[in-house]
Design a protein around this ligand. Structure first.
Ligand SMILES: [Zn+2]
Ligand SMILES: [Zn+2]
Length: 249
């Protein structure tokens, strides 16, 4: 249906008589609503109700890192070593159709998936922030991919929420993708991987990324942003990985 929708914007379509455009746009097209961008089921708009039911995070979670918690208090990890970020907001758990969609966005060239995901994030209950900062890719990786998915998400959220975004972080060296590493290697992989591109003194930062896994990226980026003067760092991601004991199929 997407090419059909695109055709509606074509100049030739606009030359058709008004009654013809009305019949097509208001009467015929609604019979074939566009498919859900996550699971491809035919549905209303970019997210179907099925996906809304499937992706949510656990209702009780750590207020800092959004880890599932039965009592809703700070998790053991955050109590033992308080993170330098203040909160994590995610659309849902990193599984099933949301996981597939993020894979397509990052590795499949489906950059336009940033629009439905970013718009959904913009509608979420976000913390108060003054500036959105995307987690940078190393320039080599960004060149080969053609875009940084975190920048696209920051642009969509910024446009919808009326918030500025800035490349306030730089990736100073290439790192192994975090998903390939065990927990212990993730921190060392990211040591000195980020630097501040500019001062963010006195700002409350919304740090934008596609996925929050162990928190190592968020912690490394928050360390640099705090040193550059940020007073708060809130993590805003499409999905949060759920530890194995909590993960549902
Ligand atoms: Zn769906
Ligand atoms: Zn926690």
């Amino acid at each position: 249906m997407q090419p059909l929708r695109g055709a509606l914007l074509a100049p030739r379509f606009l030359l058709l008589p008004a009654w013809c455009r009305f019949t097509w746009g208001q009467l015929i097209l609604p019979l074939w609503p566009p498919p859900c961008r996550l699971c491809h089921r035919r549905g209303q708009g970019p997210w179907c109700r099925h996906c809304d039911d499937v992706i949510p995070l656990y209702p009780r979670r750590c207020p800092r890192c959004a880890n599932p918690r039965l009592d809703g208090g700070d998790c053991r990890e955050c109590r033992r070593r308080p993170p330098l970020f203040d909160s994590v907001t995610a659309l849902g758990a990193y599984r099933r159709d949301l996981r597939q969609a993020i894979h397509r966005l990052k590795f499949g060239g489906d950059w336009d998936l940033a629009f439905p995901i970013g718009e959904r994030l913009a509608q979420a209950a976000l913390p108060d922030v003054d500036l959105l900062v995307p987690v940078p890719l190393h320039p080599d990786r960004e060149r080969s991919r053609g875009y940084n998915q975190a920048t696209l998400l920051a642009q969509v959220i910024g446009a919808r929420r009326g918030l500025p975004w800035q490349d306030a972080l730089l990736r100073t060296r290439a790192t192994v993708p975090q998903m390939r590493l065990d927990r212990a290697s993730r921190q060392s992989n990211l040591a000195d991987a980020f630097a501040a591109a500019r001062s963010v003194s006195g700002r409350r930062i919304g740090l934008i990324d596609d996925i929050f896994t162990s928190g190592a990226t968020a912690q490394a980026a928050a360390t640099v942003l705090r040193a550059a003067g940020a007073i708060q760092v809130h993590i805003i991601v499409a999905a949060r990985a759920i530890p194995a004991p909590w993960a549902r199929p």
